[in-house]
Design a protein around this ligand. Structure first.
Ligand SMILES: [Zn+2]
Length: 130
């Protein structure tokens, strides 16, 4: 066999990742954020178009940007859930933790606030995740 077989991208790490990462929700959330940023840029650019006389374009870009911004946000809110009890973690974080803390809580929590599902449970229940 080849020596030094090291994928360099080991998904299973001990208690360094939050439950969000361990349960596979982080990738989904990251994709939603990436799309939402595109929407945010469109919304930010639209007034520039309008001020340059392209009102039709400006309104169109503003509308499209708003949809691209809100769509992933709603999707993330509904899909960032506990794999065991389906508690909506993102909604919980936003509702319970406040504006300054929800993001840090979401990226560091290791136990479902509702059913006590932990990072270890996630690691044991989804061994086939790549
Ligand atoms: Zn749970």
């Amino acid at each position: 066999m080849v020596e030094g077989v090291d994928e360099g991208n080991c998904a299973v790490t001990n208690s360094t990742a939050s439950l969000l990462v361990a349960s596979g929700n982080a990738g989904l959330l990251a994709r939603c954020v990436a799309v939402a940023i595109v929407g945010l840029i469109a919304v930010a650019v639209s007034p520039v178009l309008m001020s340059h006389g392209s009102v039709g374009w400006g309104v169109g870009v503003l509308g499209a940007g708003a949809v691209i911004l809100i769509g992933p946000a709603v999707y993330a809110l509904r899909r960032t859930i506990c794999p065991q009890c389906r508690a909506p973690w993102l909604q919980y974080a936003l509702g319970e933790k406040g504006a300054g803390e929800w993001l840090s809580w979401l990226t560091t929590f290791t136990e479902c606030p509702q059913c006590r599902y932990t990072v270890d449970d996630a690691a044991n229940s989804s061994p086939g995740r790549r």
